[in-house]
Design a protein around this ligand. Structure first.
Ligand code: GLV
Length: 323
């Protein structure tokens, strides 16, 4: 295979793109907006390698549109809920992702959101711009302390653990729920109900799977404390947004801070955007220059390995190698 055909579906950082270009001649999508479904189906036709991001739905139809020569799907993301992994495995296609390098950036974002919601940073900012700042007031925009509060982490993988590590520095008590994880950074394992009853902050760090879809529903929210703040840097689909709107609107919980929504982008008429106690940012968890550079490099390394018929450095479906 001298000239494999490669499609890169977004303008990824130069670090990764240049590495690919040292080996191959890829075609890269350079528009700001991602390709439409039709454009993507057209662009993948006949490719040996696809480097995608979380904005592209990579399902069986797309894999079949690419053709049976497709050897590697490399996603510049740690989450792979946009890819039908079973369909890729059934076709013997390894899928690569980019774990590890975005752990700290995402944990930082969870903490940025947690602090912003606790101390009402965005409300204060809007207050000034609306011309409402007339005086210092002893009761203005009072928020919540971190010291001595309890942080409940749902999903205690790399990112959840990195959040726990940060919480130690703020003198928070940390509890977590994740039946498959071990306790680190002074965090205590608890069942989900105990976590919801005890936590002043609940931070979500589970992947989106059929089991975690709408994990945060009306029942989950009803078990949270009235002063509790929900932080989501995982995936929008983990939260039932109608239930969240109702809980925030009725002050059943104090606030929510979301890096992710369902769908993305969130339509401007979504009721969550009308709430003062809901802070939303546009999926920026891994959005630091260094992190995105490293993610592009890992995605490039996965792509190159797959095209060379080597084992991917980070493979989501290693069972393809034992077929
Ligand atoms: C970002 O959300 C990622 O999965 O990398």
């Amino acid at each position: 295979m001298t000239h494999p055909k490669i499609f890169i579906s977004r303008l990824i950082p130069a670090r990764g793109l240049d590495l690919i270009k040292e080996h191959f001649l890829p075609e890269a999508w350079t528009h700001e907006m991602p390709p439409t479904r039709e454009e993507l189906l057209e662009k993948v036709r006949g490719v040996d390698g696809l480097l995608c991001t979380l904005t592209e739905k990579v399902d069986a139809e797309l894999m079949d549109a690419a053709g049976s020569q497709l050897k590697i799907i490399s996603s510049m993301s740690v989450g792979v809920d946009h890819i039908d992994i079973a369909a890729a495995t059934a076709r013997g296609i390894p899928v690569g992702n980019t774990p590890g390098v975005l752990t700290d950036a995402t944990a930082d974002m969870a903490f940025a959101l947690l602090l912003s919601a606790a101390r009402r940073v965005m409300e204060g900012e809007k207050y000034i711009r609306a011309g409402k700042w007339k005086t210092w007031h002893p009761q203005l925009l009072l928020g919540a302390d971190l010291v001595g509060s309890t942080l409940g982490i749902v999903g205690f993988g790399r990112i959840g653990q990195a959040v726990a590590k940060r919480a130690q520095g703020f003198d928070m008590r940390v509890i977590f729920h994740d039946p498959s994880a071990h306790a680190v950074h002074g965090a205590k394992p608890v069942d989900l109900d105990s976590l919801l009853h005890e936590a002043d902050f609940v931070s979500l760090h589970v992947p989106l799977t059929p089991n975690t879809k709408h994990l945060v529903n009306a029942d989950f929210l009803s078990k949270m404390k009235p002063n509790a703040i929900l932080v989501n840097t995982a995936r929008g689909g983990v939260v039932d947004q109608v239930a969240l709107y109702n809980a925030l609107k009725s002050n059943q919980i104090f606030a929510a801070a979301l890096d992710v929504t369902d769908p993305e982008p969130l339509p401007m008429d979504n009721p969550l955007l009308t709430l003062e106690n809901c802070l939303i940012v546009p999926h920026l968890g891994s959005a630091s220059q260094r992190t995105r550079d490293l993610m592009s490099l890992l995605a490039a390394e996965n792509l190159i390995a797959g095209l060379k018929g080597e084992r991917l450095p980070n493979c989501v479906n290693p069972e393809v190698y034992s077929r």
